[in-house]
Design a protein around this ligand. Structure first.
Ligand SMILES: Nc1ncnc2c1ncn2[C@@H]1O[C@H](COP(=O)(O)OP(=O)(O)OP(=O)(O)O)[C@@H](O)[C@H]1O
Ligand SMILES: [Mg+2]
Length: 344
């Protein structure tokens, strides 16, 4: 049995003008210690998906489907039962560390409090564990950090402190929602390293949300590509990077810097309250077939661990070899790729 099993999860928001479908039938599973990266443009539903895994949902939202953690259905737990799951079994690391930390209390007290809320240990033991955690996230002088207030730390240090809070109860799953976007490139690399290291030491599963394929390539065992509330391609990291099959994945990869003219993806993601007929990506897809405008594509399996939801994989569709892929750490864009090239 997988640690986490998500089946056909749907999340909608009741809006004045009707429902907005932010997550449209997402299924995946996560094993202990595994890292799954979810990659997608802004607005594709990554945050809504992850917040709902922890039932951190807004009042106007509705979740359907199934989320099983160690076989236990989370969608039917009471708010009180759910509080016992959060932090202890699943923790959330936000994009903006200030969201996770209370500016009125020293960092150490916040970590100790998180431990005491879940575990029946004394204050002294909680304090010791907090200092250990501050050392684990490689904050220098952990004793001093223990007493520091959030405003006394830099952005990178704060993200480490927020990670220490998230790790306080040794969760089985850490959901990291764009944990490095707010940081500069060098600090970003350090924090990613740290995440990987903490994950190994604690044997956690990691659900890593990012819009950066480079970040996914560094850390992930598996990659899921999300567009307009759905996973459109999923597989082992190598399969998705070296042999991507969905035109959306090609577009995301071709937009990365490399030895090729950078492409961009024209248009915008669809309005989730007014989804088009057929495949939501069709209007932006230079490889769209007639069928794409009529009917949503099912998942076509490429290997027993890799699938993509594109009509291009239908046996009757024209055979197209991936025109964009990663080789030796670099994105290759074949001549003839139909993406739009950015003017220099
Ligand atoms: N409380 C809400 N009420 C209504 N719509 C919402 C609410 N929260 C999110 N949405 C909508 O759900 C969609 C998905 O948003 P989400 O924040 O999950 O995107 P994302 O993939 O995390 O993007 P980003 O990369 O910018 O963080 C968006 O269209 C957003 O406007
Ligand atoms: Mg987000």
């Amino acid at each position: 049995m997988a640690l986490l099993e998500v089946e056909n999860l749907q999340v909608s928001f009741d809006m004045p003008k009707g429902a907005l479908f932010a997550v449209r039938g997402v299924s995946f599973s996560l094993q202990a210690g595994q890292t799954l990266a979810i990659v997608g443009e802004s607005g594709s539903g990554k945050t809504v998906l992850c917040r709902n895994l922890m039932r951190l949902c807004q009042g106007n939202s509705r979740a359907r489907g199934s989320i099983r953690l160690n076989g236990r259905e989370l969608l039917s737990l009471s708010p009180r039962q759910m509080r016992g799951v959060r932090g202890a079994q699943m923790a959330y690391l936000f994009q903006e560390p200030r969201t996770a930390l209370d500016k009125a209390f020293p960092i150490g007290a916040q970590i100790a409090e998180a431990i005491l809320a879940q575990e029946n240990i004394g204050k002294k033991a909680a304090r010791e564990r907090a200092v250990e955690l501050l050392a684990l996230v490689r904050l220098e002088e952990p004793e001093k950090c223990y007493r520091a207030y959030p405003h006394e730390l830099s952005g990178g240090m704060l993200q480490r402190a927020a990670l220490a809070v998230a790790l306080a109860c040794r969760p089985a799953i850490l959901i990291a929602d764009e944990p490095t976007t707010a940081l500069d490139a060098t600090v970003q690399a350090e924090v990613l390293d740290l995440l990987a290291d903490a994950q190994k030491k604690l044997g956690m599963a990691l659900l890593l949300i990012t819009h950066d394929f480079g970040v996914a390539a560094r850390l992930a065992d598996d990659i899921a590509v999300m567009y307009a509330g759905k996973f459109v391609e999923q597989g082992k990291a190598g399969e998705v990077l070296y042999s991507p099959r969905h035109p959306y994945t090609w577009a995301l990869l071709a937009a990365l810097p490399g030895d090729h003219p950078i492409s961009y993806l024209p248009g915008r993601p669809p309005e989730l309250s007014h989804l088009p007929e057929g495949d939501a990506f069709a209007p932006r897809n230079p490889y769209a077939l007639e069928m794409d405008f009529l009917k949503e594509p099912p998942q076509f399996w490429v290997t027993d661990s890799h699938w993509a939801a594109t009509w291009l994989l239908h046996p009757d569709a024209p055979k197209i070899a991936p025109p964009v892929y990663v080789r030796e750490g670099k994105v290759v864009v074949e001549e003839g790729y139909r993406g739009k090239t950015a003017a220099v």
